[in-house]
Design a binder for this molecule. Structure first.
Ligand code: NAG
Ligand code: NAG
Ligand code: NAG
Ligand code: NAG
Ligand code: NAG
Ligand code: NAG
Ligand code: NAG
Length: 774
């Protein structure tokens, strides 16, 4: 049915009446025009011509070039073609129709993937996944340049010391952009630093000169960059805990920072226009690897600055690693889902910081009989001394609700009821460290932080301001019922220790965003999981370890959790692969990492989720990274730029859009089947009867004969043809067909999971098979 034209006109009139008098509805937009090849060897005159062409294009809509010049605040001139400008909705809609325009989208904010760090400030370890043999083989990632898009860097951190580093690589074209910060210095380790704030300013208004610096005043960027490529720093610890040698995955790599994230506005800190500018510059500067621990909600590719920027980088041979997001454990929450990105989930390590809660009815101090929590609190209760323990709900102030008091929110606790006691606070709503602070302000001697049901067994060691222990859900229930069971409940909290080799590890973090991929369900995301719970790495000295204003403590290293922290673990491993195999494509590198991953924990059991259930590929992709094995995967599932274009074509993107995107003539091959895209995982989201998918593997190891083994997803039968692949030389490619048949219709019609494994006896090339019958 059609809307009445008169009503339509009326509503337009109304709308214009509502909007015209103010300019408030002018917004900042990105106008994306596709690719360029002005990147490497061009003069500034050529770049100016590109900018002029942007003014001309926009001027044709705004009425004059001068108006266009006023509106444009970024002109992307090197590898990414486009500009960012202040426009109204109508102008944006008109421009989007121009044949040279791929897409027009709002300069939206994105989040660093520790937005839950308020929830998840914790502490742990690195080191566990980086066996020295891989480091040695790949010479600690030397020759590789790793960049990150983040909150900048704290250049004074020892993780960025250039001790033992040779001269800067000659291919490097980056700079150290220190306009307003004379104290900021790059060196032979930290070889580049730039900042991008115009997109941020277009939303928040004019910025003062303190924003003209790549310095990290937040901590996140120093943490991620040092996790990917930080130098060796002996004696690194947080309040003495987890003492050891800090190091990145590629400790001898060079690093560069691209600061695109600023103090949050409305929960967002990194804006699209800045992100695109940073990608364009990083490609120009000559990075080999880009680590991107930020993202937004999943969006169509041409509306997603991280997807667009990543595509252009990958086209230039740069591997782009992105965090999956911290919106788990719900299904369908994974972001950064483009098939040219490497998407990383987060799981635990085998190190904990146990701090025991000893209840008064357990008289002996035999540790096995205590409740094991975790903490990073540098404060201790007097040894073996017991204190009254009370549920925070029972200490509520007269003007507060018991529910808020139980969460230990500000202003909800009655000091007279709390003083001198151990307070039990429930997890949720306000930051964990804030609960500790409220307890301390109310006069508590200690805090037991008990998980709510949703957080299950996921406990974190936080740098609390009072003696504290974070315990799991079942233990929390036990503590509450102990308090109910006795007239004068008593308890103690032991000082945390550092414990290694804990089991099971890894298990998936509850916060780690999960598949299925909501934009293209045929591509399994995340691709891989890596440690992202309580990771210790370099930090800023501009803030305390809890990032809260009340925290005046300063630390050189901090423990942080999030997929933001797991992402640079993979970036570090990619750095090693780049050094060892400089000619491999980003897709071959991803394939090597995925097909060598493991899906068992250190008890030889399937990797579980945070409540001890078997986790699935929607949590961990191909599995947990195994850097040693990734160096020698045997076979890879490779992809070139054209394969990605074919993928877009199969998704229904127009030939014109794809030609602009790729800068050049492109013809969609037909027929084209999305499930045949040569990805290292196989996902069939809509199976009816049977399907045959095609894959091609390339030999990158010794000559050999590979045979297929299949673990069939429940209710299906899977066959492969041929069953044997014989390779005589390196670089040889073989194609095979995999047929999946519904054997018995599963009642629930839920996703089922299996595996394809090619092996020559020495290499095991594993691909997850993910199927849903409709
Ligand atoms: C892309 O962004 C534009 C501008 O914000 C918006 O109008 C359009 O709906 C978006 N497209 C999709 C598919 O989200
Ligand atoms: C610059 O602006 C920030 C944020 O508005 C403010 O916190 C800071 O004090 C200002 N710095 C200077 C030097 O004016
Ligand atoms: C950390 O370890 C180093 C080397 O083993 C040692 O010298 C240092 O005292 C330790 N620091 C702490 C705080 O335990
Ligand atoms: C909770 O922690 C205790 C250790 O105190 C452990 O024995 C138990 O298995 C955990 N419960 C769950 C559901 O993980
Ligand atoms: C309760 O009253 C106290 C003291 O007047 C105040 O500080 C606090 O914010 C109030 N709390 C709530 C939840 O209103
Ligand atoms: C303890 O008692 C309170 C009421 O006093 C009740 O709400 C709570 O469910 C009880 N907890 C347990 C674990 O028994
Ligand atoms: C773990 O998996 C089970 C079974 O799928 C699910 O019910 C539970 O919510 C999951 N827990 C977490 C924390 O992911």
């Amino acid at each position: 049915m059609r809307a009445s034209p008169i009503l339509y006109l009326l509503s337009l009139l109304l709308l214009s009446l509502l909007h015209r008098p103010t300019f408030a509805h002018k917004k900042s937009y990105v106008v994306y025009l596709g690719a360029h090849s002005h990147g490497q060897e061009v003069s500034s005159i050529d770049l100016n011509q590109v900018t002029d062409s942007h003014y001309e294009l926009l001027g044709s809509f705004l009425g004059s070039c001068d108006k266009a010049k006023d509106a444009v605040f970024y002109s992307y001139t090197r590898h990414i073609n486009g500009f960012a400008a202040i426009l109204d909705d109508e102008e944006a809609a008109q421009i989007a129709k121009h044949p040279k325009v791929v897409s027009v989208f709002l300069n939206k904010g994105r989040q660093l993937h520790t937005t839950r760090s308020w929830d998840f400030l914790g502490l742990e370890d690195d080191g566990v996944i980086h066996p020295s043999s891989a480091w040695k083989k790949a010479r600690f990632g030397e020759d590789t340049i790793i960049g990150n898009l983040d909150t900048g860097v704290w250049p004074e951190s020892k993780s960025f010391s250039d001790e033992g580093m040779g001269p800067k690589p000659s291919k490097w074209k980056g700079i150290c952009q220190t306009d307003e910060d004379a104290s900021f210095h790059c060196n032979r380790k930290l070889i580049g630093a730039r900042y991008f704030n115009k997109g941020y300013a277009s939303v928040v208004g004019p910025l003062n000169s303190s924003f003209d610096s790549p310095r990290d005043t937040e901590g996140h960027g120093s943490h991620t960059l040092s996790t990917a490529g930080g130098n060796f720093v002996p004696g690194a610890n947080v309040f003495g805990f987890g003492n050891g040698t800090a190091k990145g995955g590629s400790p001898k790599a060079r690093v560069a920072t691209y600061k695109v994230c600023w103090p949050p506005v409305g929960g967002n800190e990194c804006f699209d226009a800045d992100i695109l500018a940073a990608f364009d510059m990083a490609i120009h500067d000559g990075v080999d690897v880009l680590s991107v621990s930020l993202g937004g909600n999943p969006a169509p590719f041409f509306n997603d600055s991280v997807a667009i920027g990543s595509f252009h980088a990958v086209k230039h041979g740069i591997a782009v690693i992105c965090s999956a997001g911290n919106s788990g454990p719900d299904d369908g929450t994974v972001s950064n889902i483009a098939p040219w990105q490497i998407t990383v989930g987060a799981s635990t390590m085998d190190r904990q910081f146990p701090s025991y809660v000893v209840l008064g009815n357990k008289m002996s101090l035999k540790v096995t009989s205590h409740i094991q929590g975790e903490s990073l609190s540098p404060k201790a209760l007097p040894n073996k001394k017991f204190f009254p323990i009370v549920s925070a709900a029972d200490t509520k102030a007269a003007n507060a609700s018991a529910g808020d008091a139980l969460l230990c929110k500000a202003g909800t606790l009655d000091l007279r009821k709390v003083k001198g006691k151990i307070l039990v606070c429930l997890r949720g709503d306000n930051a964990r460290v804030d609960k500790g602070r409220q307890a301390a302000l109310a006069g508590a001697v200690g805090m037991v932080l008990a998980n709510d049901e949703a957080s299950g067994n996921e406990i974190l060691a936080d740098p609390h301001v009072l003696p504290a222990s974070h315990i799991n859900y079942t233990d929390g229930v036990a503590v509450f019922s102990y308090i109910n069971s006795t007239r004068s409940p008593m308890a103690s909290i032991t000082f945390p220790t550092t414990q290694l080799g804990t089991k099971p590890a890894p298990f998936m973090a509850a916060f780690s965003s999960k598949g299925p991929n909501t934009i293209t369900p045929e591509i399994l995301k995340p691709d891989i999981t890596a440690p992202g719970v309580s990771v210790i790495a370099a930090y800023t000295e501009a803030q305390g370890p809890t990032n809260e204003d009340f925290d005046t403590r300063r630390v050189l290293f901090n423990s942080v959790s999030g997929t933001s922290m797991s992402c640079p673990h993979i970036s570090g491993v990619v750095g090693l692969l780049k050094t060892l195999h400089p000619t491999w494509s980003p897709a071959a590198i991803r394939s090597a990492i995925m097909t060598t991953a493991r899906t068992q924990d250190n008890m030889m059991e399937p990797i579980t989720n945070a409540s001890h259930f078997k986790a699935t590929p929607f949590s961990y992709g191909a599995g947990h990274v195994e850097p040693n094995r990734a160096m020698d995967p045997g076979l890879v599932y490779d992809l070139a730029t054209n394969d990605y274009l074919n993928f877009l074509c199969a998704l229904g993107y127009s030939q014109t859009q794809i030609e602009l995107f790729s800068e050049g003539p492109y013809k969609c091959p037909k027929p084209l089947v999305l499930t045949d895209f040569n990805y290292p995982s196989i996902t069939v989201p809509k199976l009816t009867g049977s399907i045959t998918v095609i894959r091609t593997v390339k030999n990158v190891g010794s000559p050999g004969t590979y045979t297929a083994r299949i673990l069939e997803p429940t209710g299906t039968s899977v066959s492969v043809e041929p069953k044997m692949l014989k390779f005589k030389r390196i670089g040889e490619e073989k194609t095979f067909k995999l047929t999946i048949k519904v054997r018995r219709s599963s009642a629930g019609r839920d996703y089922v999971f299996g595996k394809l494994i090619w092996s020559d006896g020495k290499h095991f090339v594993r691909s997850p098979i993910v199927v849903k019958e409709i």
